[in-house]
Design a protein around this ligand. Structure first.
Ligand code: GAR
Length: 198
């Protein structure tokens, strides 16, 4: 990877969320603390009532929300997302609990510029309910993965991973909470590595 963002202006980040936005918040805090050199410029949510939008507002990051239901087709919906991030001159898109698969309109507009975090050690347990999948498989170690987004479901090149113990008696909820803590420590560091080309 070339360090194409390391010199000059801070990279402009666009976020995609669907829910609580705690990963986004951890990244915004890392930026505020100057641990991560980047500028958050736009947050998009497909859910109008996402709690993460309140968090975006607290950090004074502009946000927009619309849903596929507002459009005649999935492609039209995604073209609008791509246009939103292009208008905001986003360098890197950060998916942080955005619970839909991305397709060509967004992927083509931002080739190799979209990151995602997933709550398992990929390639194990892609898709929905990764923590439940881990409990049901009986693994003793799970974790989280930051990866580039491609057209598959959680299949893009892996950037960073963090391992988390699965403890006896863990439920989906207790494991999810432990993994989420690891996600918050991992994501901004992975973004930093991408921006520095390391
Ligand atoms: C996180 O655990 C993230 O890894 C997961 O949703 C949660 C979002 O939490 N994402 C996926 O499962 C994507 N396939 P947050 O909204 O508090 O950041």
């Amino acid at each position: 990877m070339s360090p194409f963002f390391s010199k000059g202006k801070p990279a402009r980040l666009g976020f995609m969320i669907s829910g609580a936005g705690s990963n986004m918040q951890a990244i915004l805090k890392a930026i505020e603390a100057k641990h991560l050199r980047a500028k958050p410029v736009m947050v998009f949510s497909d859910k109008k009532d996402a709690k993460g939008l309140v968090r975006a507002a607290k950090f004074k990051v502009p946000f927009q929300t619309f849903s596929p239901k507002d459009f005649s087709s999935r492609n039209a919906y995604e073209r609008e997302i791509a246009a939103l991030f292009q208008k905001s001159e986003v360098d890197l898109i950060i998916c942080a609990g955005y619970m839909r698969v991305l397709h060509q309109p967004v992927l083509q507009a931002f080739p190799h510029k979209i990151l995602n975090i997933h709550p398992s050690l990929l390639p194990s347990f892609p898709g929905l309910k990764a923590q439940r999948q881990a409990i049901e498989a009986g693994v003793k170690i799970s974790g989280c993965t930051v990866h580039f987004v491609d057209e598959g479901v959680d299949t893009g090149p892996i950037i960073a991973q963090s391992a988390v113990a699965v403890k006896p008696g863990d439920t989906e909820e207790t494991l999810a909470k432990r993994i989420l803590k690891a996600e918050h420590a991992l994501y901004w560091r992975a973004i930093d590595a991408v921006l520095k080309g390391s």
